[in-house]
Write a protein that binds this ligand. Structure first.
Ligand code: ZN
Length: 128
């Protein structure tokens, strides 16, 4: 990566960066490109043909990625590499650990009722 490519802290960690440059300063754009693309949505990444090409590039990488993942799973002698490959395969096959979010509706309702009372004043007929 060039020095200009590391203008923002997060890009110094290997994250991708839009390849466009600003017209006024010539500095490289600091935004992340669209997935599978090279430019951000402000520099053409939102155009239908650019999005379609980005999707084609991503889809073209699926088979080689699966082949490599399969090879790592079968051949790697490094446990962390094999473990990552196993997790990837299981995640993509739908065997991902369930992440539960405990949302208590009654708390949300009482919070909303309190906000409504602050705005409108007390109302005994307020029921949700
Ligand atoms: Zn950009």
């Amino acid at each position: 990566m060039t020095q200009a490519g590391m203008t923002q802290a997060n890009h110094g960690r290997g994250e991708r960066q839009c390849t466009a440059t600003r017209k006024t300063t010539g500095a490289r754009c600091g935004n992340s490109p669209i997935l599978g693309g090279t430019v951000c949505r402000y520099h053409g990444g939102g155009a239908p043909q650019v999005k379609a090409r980005a999707r084609e590039r991503l889809l073209a990488m699926v088979d080689p990625a699966l082949t490599e993942l399969s090879r790592l799973l079968r051949k790697s002698k490094l446990d962390p590499v094999r473990m990552a490959a196993v997790k990837d395969v299981l995640d993509r096959a739908g065997f991902r650990p369930i992440e539960e979010v405990d949302v208590t509706i009654s708390n949300i309702i009482s919070t909303l009722q309190a906000r409504i009372r602050r705005i409108d004043g007390p109302d005994d007929n307020l029921e949700v």
